[in-house]
Design a protein around this ligand. Structure first.
Ligand code: ADP
Length: 379
């Protein structure tokens, strides 16, 4: 097989594995919003082409990049696999990309799976027992790993050993099996749910943060180049401002706006085209979409700004509580539009203003919330 065909086949297999892992991961969530940070099937195909392949091409997350580059370089010098790496942070910020970069920088193959895809410890044993030395194993959404698999992983991470159970019931025996030294890269959107014994077994933990608009602009320009889209600087800036600090959303908005530019314009993406297209997709200047506005609207118009419990809020907007919590809330909180309090969710004065309303007397902003319903010293 030629090198080119080899690479193509590898890319196809990689996309397939990602697809399976992500489908299992996202089966119970909604990913059809244009500003959803979760990947849909289209995204997964395109993302393979847009992923930076080396650390030097990865934009932003400077501290993570610097630290990781040290970890990798010293491992290469010692000729040993690096410590296990835990990547935490919201979806769409580049955790899978970093995992692939780690394998590429080490020049090793990589196995891709996800917590929900490993239903039994046998599934994990099948992966671990067929590793070659130094391989990178990527487990996405690692906090959703089933308990028995998680326990198998402890031993594997620490001693490069698994206990394979043969037989069933009282006659079952555990046969210890040595496995090749490997590097586990775990990714999680909910590091708080990770059991301490698992967290402690990672030698290097990196937290990925939302991106600055200037960084997103670079990412969008790079993607436009790869997709053959003519993108003006003001168009890139407009898209970056509406991408919720998330490269996956930036890349998706770019594709939607490109479609619009091709059908309604001359194919060039500038500020005016970006604005018109995103208006059509109901993504506003701050990157809020219909669900975000529905959450704020329910809080403010139905409950005078809150506090409202998560499940009530979810019912009001017709979504699963987890979707509201994982998909809409982190961004609203980060933007200072919503606050989580012990008594429920509260709209901040900025949220009232965002909906074109006047905040009630006494509310002074996200840092000094004193609005009606806010817990006070005497609550
Ligand atoms: P996660 O695993 O955190 O959900 P991914 O690694 O799948 O996120 O990234 C989603 C998309 O965003 C990919 O297409 C990737 O190319 C792009 N992306 C993420 N981070 C960066 C970055 N720092 N530079 C360029 N593209 C990025």
């Amino acid at each position: 097989m030629t090198r080119r065909a080899d690479e193509d086949e590898l890319a196809a297999r990689e996309a397939e594995a990602l697809d399976r892992a992500a489908a299992a991961r996202d089966a119970d969530r909604d990913a059809d919003r244009v500003v959803s940070p979760l990947a849909d099937a289209d995204d997964r195909v395109i993302e393979t082409a847009l992923r930076p392949k080396r650390l030097a091409d990865f934009v932003g997350q400077q501290r993570v990049r610097d630290q990781l580059s040290l970890v990798l370089e010293s491992a290469v010098r010692r000729g040993r696999p690096p410590d296990h790496v835990l990547l935490s942070g919201p979806p769409g910020l580049g955790k899978t990309t970093i995992a692939m970069i780690i394998a590429a920088e080490l020049g090793t193959p990589m196995r891709i799976t996800s917590g929900p895809a490993i239903e039994r410890s046998g599934d994990l044993a099948a992966v671990l027992s067929t590793l070659t030395e130094g391989e990178v194993v990527f487990i996405d959404e690692i906090h959703r790993l089933a308990r028995p698999a998680e326990e198998m992983l402890y031993l594997a991470m620490e001693d490069f050993r698994v206990d394979v159970v043969v037989g069933k019931g009282p006659g079952a025996t555990a046969i210890p099996l040595d496995i090749a030294p490997f590097t586990l890269v775990g990714a999680t959107t909910r590091s708080g749910l990770l059991p301490a014994p698992l967290r402690d077994r990672f030698g290097f933990t990196a937290h990925m943060d939302f991106y600055q608009p200037a960084e997103l602009e670079i990412i969008i320009r790079r993607s436009a180049g790869l997709l053959g889209v003519t993108l003006r600087d003001d168009g890139a800036a407009e898209l970056a401002g509406r991408s919720r600090g998330t490269p996956r959303i930036a890349n998706r908005l770019l594709r939607r706006v490109r479609d619009y530019a091709e059908v309604k314009g001359n194919g060039v993406v500038d500020r005016a085209v970006a604005r018109a297209a995103l208006e059509l997709y109901e993504v506003d200047e701050q990157g809020l979409d219909r669900l975000d506005r529905a959450v704020l609207d329910a809080l403010i118009r139905r409950y005078g700004g809150g506090p409202v419990g998560l499940s009530t809020l979810a019912v009001l907007v017709g979504e699963e509580a987890e979707t509201v919590e994982v998909v809409a809330e982190p961004f609203l909180v980060r933007r200072g539009l919503l606050a989580r309090t012990p008594r429920g969710r509260v709209a901040t004065p900025a949220a009232w203003e965002h909906l074109g309303l006047t905040p009630p007397e006494g509310s002074t902003g996200p840092g000094g919330l004193t609005g009606p319903g806010m817990p006070t010293l005497f609550d």
